[in-house]
Design a protein around this ligand. Sequence first.
Ligand SMILES: [Zn+2]
Length: 408
Amino acid sequence: MVAASVRIHCAPWVVPVCRPIIVSGGVAIAAGKIVAVDSLQRLQQQYPQAELVTYPTSALTPALINGHIHLELSHLAELAAVPFSGSFTGWITRLLQLREDLGATGELVEQAALQVANQQYATGVSVLADIGNTMINQHFAGSFPGILFPFKEYLGLAAFTLEKNVLRLQQEPVDAFCSGHAPYSTHARLLQQLKARAVSLDHVFPIHTAEPAAEGEMIRQGRGELVDFVNQRGFWDGSFVARGSGGSINYLHDLGLLDARTLCVHAVHVAAEEIRILAGEGAKVCLCPGSNRFLSTGHAPVQQYLENGILPALGTDSLASNPELSIWREMQILAEEHAEVDTAAIFAMATLGGAEALGLGNRLGTLESGKDADLLAIPLSQEKMTAAQVYDYLVTTGSRLQPLRIQR
Ligand SMILES: [Zn+2]
């Protein structure tokens, strides 16, 4: 590689995520890849011919990753526009009703979805793991400037839905990404078929897991709010067998669904023993604190995940359960609700955690030689800050931060 093709982006702080913050640092890039991350002085010695681009009073960071979103629910924003005090199934009922009233597809739906996707990219998010039922995400996955995984979500708990769903799954093209909705809504055998397909294609397998406390009640005792809801809708036919004990992770583990390519989304009501199972299997977790706050579903055991070697990803979920879709705000909420968690770890969740959860750890998530040159320059408030203050600022400022995307 000729030195002249190298460009060095430099700033008072470089946040590689995989190692401590570099003061007066730089990121050398060439042909869309990072070639070195170091102090500016050393980079200039190494690449004396390189073009220099300076970002005063800024931090250079990797781009963010949104591990869980439903773009196709963006037109249902009125659901989360005002605080909600009802039950989890009350919210699902409202969502289904509004989607019936406004439609699940069409121009309104696509426009709202596209607007949110563009907002995500503009605020520094380069990867979206998007879950949909309508397939509209296939329409703009190709035009998203970053990476958009358009997951097609399967659900159906009753035995009479199983054959049709399995047949549909078998007919999916090999490049289609498929996910399961949740343990409370999706037949165990369908979940196993979905996971087997994902394994055979080396795809990530996302599933909403342990989001409301009622899922645990259903899994243990076969009763509660979710069972009543499924029953009212005519899908409670005895095909779900209560376990007597344990939780959602025990259930998924016993079904053979947990490995390093399984992404447990929400993962709020997870016991210590279940966290050890997740860690043992290398399974991934995606936290959605903004959605959990809106629906009052509880706080995930964040520090316990970290202590067991699990770095969760962060997701916004949809505008139907979160008034604002911003990974910056998700970090801010985690910091507010988990004062015990280091802000450096929270920033790592939004970057490295997301990249690893989506199988992109070799390309994104950190500033390291060999990775994609996908960087943000984030203006900070003062010229002098310690590393801890930089992390605190990045994590607690929320959606007021205005990152600048650095051209690859
Ligand atoms: Zn979701």
